[in-house]
Design a protein around this ligand. Structure first.
Ligand code: 5AD
Length: 346
């Protein structure tokens, strides 16, 4: 698809015209990854973080949240739920927390791989190559790290450098591929200062990085973050080219990601579902997506993993969510994926 056409779709507002984009994305999804929806159980193991990402509620400077770190036993209790619900994958996610040590994560990965059939995905931030290597050896299958935006100046504005830890997520993503991980990345949509042209570049970068998974969601303002406090002035930066942080924008981007990276796994994220609690999952799944990541984090911790306010499903128990989700998928004529559901190698 030519860049002009991509930009036209990104800016398109007519429901009638967009109908054609949704059907194309849905057809490519069906042909490339089938009707199965893969469920990945999300475990938010720690909300400690050394980074100062300007948009994120758990950034190191936010003194208003209570911090937690799950124990190995607590994590394994969530893993057993994933097995009981028939999920094929668990995702261990956290802020960039070095008290979650190389050895601790390796031990948990080994336990999951020896006690279950689950695939293990990690989302633990920009960890050094040595750790990524150790975790891959321990059996981790996948790693997620969103690059958030391909616009270098916007990237730098929202990811301030730390003394010994410059932020370079692209370098980490390349390393992950080299180590044999299935690599996932993605962007936030509607970051103040983000332009449509940069979204077209984001899509190109997905292809250039040869990603296996692409996750996108709307930027949601968090009042206790630098960006959340400064939003008004930032809004002016991109003027008419400012990407809106809306539900519709997210569907358009998901559909385009499906057309441009046909074989990848694309989740409907909870940030999107939080903008439309009634039908967000259904709409995402019928406009290109094929994965959902139900949250298995115990409720006392889940409320503290507040990267943005009012996360979807913050109050549902895993059991309640699972029961409703099965019904909703059945009603859509989509089946629940069996097994790990890795990227189909084309
Ligand atoms: N709004 C939406 N998404 C956010 N994330 C972090 N903060 C926010 C926010 N305020 C997303 C980022 C990150 C992922 C784990 O959560 O894209 O990579």
């Amino acid at each position: 698809m030519k860049r002009e056409e991509i930009l036209d779709w990104l800016k398109e507002e007519s429901d009638e015209k967009l109908g054609a984009l949704w059907s194309r994305a849905d057809a490519v999804r069906a042909e490339q990854v089938g009707s199965e929806v893969h469920l990945r159980g999300l475990i938010e193991v720690s909300n400690h973080c050394v980074r100062r990402c300007a948009y994120c509620g758990i950034n190191a400077d936010n003194t208003r949240i209570q911090r937690y770190r799950m124990t190995e036993d607590e994590i394994m209790a969530c893993v057993r739920k994933a097995v009981a619900f028939g999920y094929g994958t668990v995702i261990l996610q956290a802020g960039e927390d070095y008290s979650i040590s190389t050895a601790f994560v390796s031990r948990v990965i080994r336990r999951i791989k020896s006690e279950t059939q689950l695939a293990v995905s990690l989302g633990l931030g920009e960890r050094p190559a040595k750790e990524l290597t150790a975790w891959r050896k321990a059996g981790a299958d996948r790693y997620f790290l969103r690059f958030e935006t391909s616009d270098p100046s916007l990237y730098e504005r929202v990811h301030p450098s730390l003394p010994r830890r410059r932020s370079d997520r692209l370098a980490t993503l390349r390393k992950l591929k080299e180590l044999g991980y299935e690599a996932g990345s993605g962007v936030m949509l509607g970051i103040p200062g983000q332009t449509y042209a940069s979204l077209a570049d984001d899509l190109d970068l997905f292809k250039a990085l040869d990603l296996d998974m692409v996750g996108v969601g709307p930027y949601i303002r968090h009042p206790d973050t630098p960006l959340g406090r400064e939003e008004k002035s930032h809004k002016l930066l991109a003027g008419r080219n400012q990407v809106p942080n809306t539900e519709l924008m997210t569907y358009k981007f998901v559909a385009l990601a499906r057309l441009l990276c046909p074989g990848v796994n694309i989740p409907t994220t909870s940030a999107l579902a939080s903008l439309n609690r009634e039908t967000g999952y259904e709409l995402g799944l019928s406009r290109g997506s094929n994965v959902i990541m139900p949250n298995l984090t115990p409720s006392q911790y889940r409320v503290l993993y507040e990267i943005y306010p009012a996360k979807a499903m913050a109050s549902d128990s895993p059991e309640e969510f699972q029961a409703r989700l099965s019904k909703r998928l059945k009603a859509m004529g989509r089946s629940i994926g069996k097994g790990p559901g890795g990227r189909k190698k084309c």
